[in-house]
Design a protein around this ligand. Structure first.
Ligand code: FPP
Length: 239
């Protein structure tokens, strides 16, 4: 386990919403929005380490997204394949570790092979742990972990957390900041356990337009908040 990587820095998670609308505003097919979304993701992964982010989890494909029209699903799969082809080497060169969370059994064999190869090739990345949630449902992930632990009499929060979050050999800390673009304000079955005390930041910016300045805005908001984790402020009147 690369514990050094997970103990320092922030864990920021992104719900990358608004690709379809971004394309519609431009009278283009939704595909263009997803392609521009992939570019925005590339950019954010590149700048994240400059902002003390050491774990970044992005929601690329939810388990419920299988319910989209077949054409859009196959477009997303092609984009995912080409993203893996073009990004793996760059990530390794940038010392980024890539992992996937979510089910794999519904992807084509060739996509699964590329996912496994990408995880192996970037296994030793230390600067950033970049996790892509693909065919992901937080409720499914929690259920799956509960299944694995049901016969264990020593079940507790720590071992549950370990089993739920370890990906590609690394245990992942709770989310510090969750950013959702595209104007909606909901969690959509994303990282429900890991976000127990996350600060939430919602923005109307559509994901394909999301850049470092927007990330900075989200982080400024994060740093302006007081995280109490259920306690009271240190200087509070305790009477
Ligand atoms: C939500 O926008 C976005 C998705 C369902 C897919 C996210 C995918 C990407 C950001 C690009 C691809 C990433 C990889 C790794 C290949 P939406 O389609 O729901 O937008 P809308 O709400 O405007 O319709």
């Amino acid at each position: 386990m690369s514990s050094k990587m997970t103990q320092e820095g922030l864990h920021v998670a992104f719900i990358m919403d608004g690709n379809g609308r971004w394309a519609n505003f431009r009278n283009k097919a939704r595909y263009f929005g997803h392609r521009a979304g992939a570019e925005a993701l590339r950019h954010i992964v590149e700048v994240a380490p400059h902002h003390k982010i050491h774990t970044l989890t992005a929601y690329a494909f939810s388990s419920d997204n299988w319910g989209r029209p077949q054409k859009e699903v196959s477009t997303l799969m092609k984009l995912f394949s080409s993203y893996l082809r073009s990004e793996t080497r760059r990530l390794r060169e940038n010392d980024v570790k890539l992992s996937f969370i979510g089910r794999r059994d519904r992807f084509s064999k060739s996509i699964v092979r590329s996912m496994e190869a990408a995880e192996q090739e970037t296994y030793n990345g230390k600067l950033l742990h970049f996790r892509l949630a693909t065919d992901y449902s937080a409720r499914e992930a929690i259920l799956h972990t509960a299944e694995k632990l049901k016969a264990d009499p020593k079940i507790n929060r720590d071992n549950f957390h370990y089993l739920l979050t370890q990906s590609n050999g690394t245990v992942v800390p709770d989310v510090d900041l969750l950013v959702r673009t595209g104007g909606e304000q909901r969690l959509s079955d994303f990282l429900l356990w890991e976000c127990a005390y996350a600060e939430l930041f919602f923005t109307d910016v559509m994901w394909p337009d999301f850049r470092e300045e927007h990330l900075q805005e989200a982080l400024n908001s994060y740093y302006s908040r007081e995280r109490r984790f259920g306690r009271i402020p240190q200087n509070a009147n305790t009477g």
